[in-house]
Design a binder for this molecule. Structure first.
Ligand code: GAR
Length: 210
């Protein structure tokens, strides 16, 4: 089974979804640790409750972005993960970090990329008059919310939606899409090659309309 470290900054509901999926004996990956950049991230206690080691590396405890990342990298050198899953990790990783784990870092973003990368995704989708929204799991490259797409799922935007109601609806499909995407990558069915996601991208991962 592939060893996975999950990076979080907040409540960690996607991390919990990954951990629950990974608890199945036939799942091809296991969550070996959770790393947070916030000491009070709700996901830290949720991870520990699931028996998963959880560490926080708070940016202000370090003199620079480089020193912060070096501490995280040292922990990863100890943990030796095969795959890193960003799950609501609200900090950009350096190019050096991404190159070190090239093709082995996944991220989930709560929009149908390449639409609405970055912050305030849900409000921007509503403001644009979109009728559907969704989530995207992609390989992490140096651009923000910009790497090759592994899997997506869509949900409707309905009259009266606010950023909060839409975020909650998108989150329900995030919890199904991220484990599916991790499974595909851990099984080697989808991989990053020359900046593209290749493999079973027309099959199981071709997209889910929910
Ligand atoms: C999720 O909606 C995730 O897609 C989003 O943050 C939320 C984290 O929730 N990520 C981003 O916006 C990254 N740019 P969670 O902590 O409950 O998984």
């Amino acid at each position: 089974r592939k060893k996975v470290v999950v990076f979080i900054s907040g409540g960690g509901s996607n991390m919990v979804a990954l951990a629950k999926a990974a608890a199945a004996p036939d799942f091809p990956a296991e969550i070996i640790a959770v790393i947070s950049d916030k000491a009070n991230a709700g996901g830290l206690d949720k991870a520990r409750a699931l028996g998963i080691a959880a560490f926080s590396f708070v940016r202000k405890d370090f003199a620079s972005k480089e020193a912060h990342e070096a501490a995280i990298t040292a922990e990863l050198d100890r943990l030796q993960p095969d795959i890193i899953c960003l799950a609501g990790y609200m900090r950009l990783l350096s190019a050096a970090f991404i190159q070190r784990y090239e093709g082995r870092i996944l991220n989930i973003h709560p929009s149908l990329l390449p639409l609405f990368p970055g912050l305030h995704t849900h409000q921007r989708s509503i403001d644009a008059g979109m009728r559907i929204a969704g989530c995207t799991v992609h390989f992490v490259t140096e651009g923000m919310d910009d790497g090759p797409i592994i899997a997506q799922a869509a949900v409707p935007i309905v009259p009266g939606d606010t950023a909060e109601t839409l975020a909650a609806r998108v989150l329900t499909v995030e919890h199904r899409t991220y484990p599916m995407a991790l499974r595909l990558v851990a099984e080697g069915k989808v991989r990053m090659e020359a900046g593209r996601a290749v493999g079973d991208v027309t099959g199981e991962a071709s997209g889910t309309l929910i």
